[in-house]
Design a protein around this ligand. Structure first.
Ligand code: HEM
Length: 419
């Protein structure tokens, strides 16, 4: 049995009994479990009473059907439009103001990007981003107390508020548009192409119709899955690149090379996986190739941060940030940060771009020649192009080893307008 990482876990979405967990810290054992048919996904089991069964909590045929609907969003052409949509525009706006907080900036960019992809019309409007992000985080873990003048929410009240303010109006609008379309009052191509519309079209053809509550659950999960994960990466990437640049005298970042920023984004994500633990439950008693044994019903706790620093896979300097790291064939640059197997993250290319050759590509490879760089890399590249630096007059709060591995604030200054 591998050793339990003696660290506190935060943001668990499932109240797992930690004493029954067999912890996995090695990369190969973790990969074997993620790809093994005799384990089921349980990390997000705690969302089912709140949202109903959503893509990540389903298995087998039901999961394949759900994944097929969602994967229509993730074609190369659509992702290209999504990744380039908001980053430059928001950085230019920040440059105009001269200073900004990178945490807010990246949440803003990601809320707008995900909002458009999912079909949440009000998400990402300047006034509503903070509130929507607060509600999404309360949906995952609730809020202990009022924060920044906002009300305290339980997970349930956060879900209800999200539905009332963002999700249900967006669903109602699209139901109306589809009714107009069916009445022939639209010409082809006028319908929006987003998750909500795809779900409505699917349920229209399905034998058992979905009600608004089921669609709302799937939509809320996508928003949770997309925004916090991707947005929290940008400050890590900026920080590592800034330090990397400072530490190597005479070295200038290759500002015009988005592939460099893409590799660096995946490297930062390897070191700071946004979902630090992934849980799987054995459906039968089993002995794995790695020699590990599981009883039926026992849980494997994959400690992604440790597995991603496995020296056998990433070398003796696995704990360091090396944007030009040479990666073994068939290993993802971001390690296991996007999970693996049937539940492999659908939004991975939107977050960190197209993987290198020889690795799995778009599920919907209609235009596999389109190269993606990912929202995070493009955002941080634009910031460096504008000369952004950590604001010397404001301290960047250090991340406590006991807290979630995310920056709460990251003040930037010297963000100049380009001439
Ligand atoms: C850095 C950014 C991201 C990280 C680290 C991340 C991580 C993950 C992980 C670890 C899983 C698998 C969970 C499991 O196996 O238990 C997952 C699944 C998923 N992610 Fe992401 N994600 C990111 C961005 C996104 C984005 C941008 C989207 C959508 C626009 C997205 C949509 C999804 C969906 C729909 C699933 C469920 C897939 C399934 O169950 O078949 N993710 N993500």
């Amino acid at each position: 049995m591998e050793k339990a990482p003696g660290k506190r876990l935060e943001s668990l979405t499932w109240p797992v009994k930690l004493e029954r967990v067999q912890w996995i810290t090695g990369f190969e054992a973790a990969e074997e479990i993620l790809h093994h048919k005799s384990f089921r996904e349980v990390t997000f089991k705690g969302l089912v009473p709140l949202l109903g069964p959503v893509i990540v909590t389903l298995e087998g045929a039901a999961h394949r059907e759900r994944r097929l609907i969602g994967s229509k969003l993730f074609t190369a052409v659509r992702l290209k439009a999504a990744e380039t949509g908001f980053a430059r525009q928001e950085v230019a706006r920040a440059a105009h103001q001269g200073q900004t907080d990178l945490v807010r900036l990246s949440y803003n960019v990601m809320a707008q990007t995900a909002g458009r992809l999912i079909g949440l019309d009000n998400l990402g409007a300047a006034k509503t981003t903070d509130e929507a992000v607060y509600l999404l985080s309360a949906l995952v873990s609730g809020t202990q107390a009022r924060q920044e003048g906002r009300p305290a929410y339980t997970r349930r009240t956060a879900r209800d508020e999200l539905r009332k303010r963002y999700i249900d109006p967006a669903i109602a609008r699209r139901r109306n548009l589809l009714a107009l379309d069916q009445a022939g009052r639209f010409s082809a191509g006028e319908l929006p192409f987003d998750l909500i519309t795809l779900l409505l079209l699917h349920t229209h053809q399905a034998e058992r119709k979905w009600d608004t509550r089921q669609i709302a659950g799937e939509v809320a999960f996508y928003a949770v899955a997309a925004i916090d994960t991707t947005a929290s990466l940008a400050p890590h990437l900026f920080h590592h690149l800034y330090e990397y640049h400072q530490a190597s005298s005479g070295y200038t970042l290759p500002l015009t090379n988005p592939r460099f920023f893409r590799n660096a984004a995946a490297e930062a994500l390897r070191l700071h996986p946004a979902i630090p633990t992934i849980f799987r439950q054995a459906t039968v008693s089993i002995k794995l190739k790695s020699g590990l044994k599981f009883e039926e019903g026992q849980t494997a706790g994959i400690y992604v941060k440790e597995a991603n620093r496995d020296p056998a896979i990433f070398g003796l300097n696995a704990g360091q940030f090396q944007p030009d790291r040479i990666i073994q064939a068939k290993t993802r640059r971001a390690g296991l940060s996007f999970g693996g197997g049937t539940h492999l993250c659908l939004g991975r290319e939107l977050a960190v771009g197209t993987p290198e050759q020889g690795q799995p590509y778009f599920e919907n490879a209609e235009t596999a020649s389109v190269e993606l760089f990912g929202v995070t890399a493009l955002l941080v590249q634009a910031l460096f192009e504008h000369g952004a630096k950590p604001d010397p007059t404001q301290q960047i709060p250090e991340i406590s080893p006991f807290a979630r591995d995310v920056y709460q604030r990251y003040p930037l200054s010297a963000c100049k307008e380009l001439i």
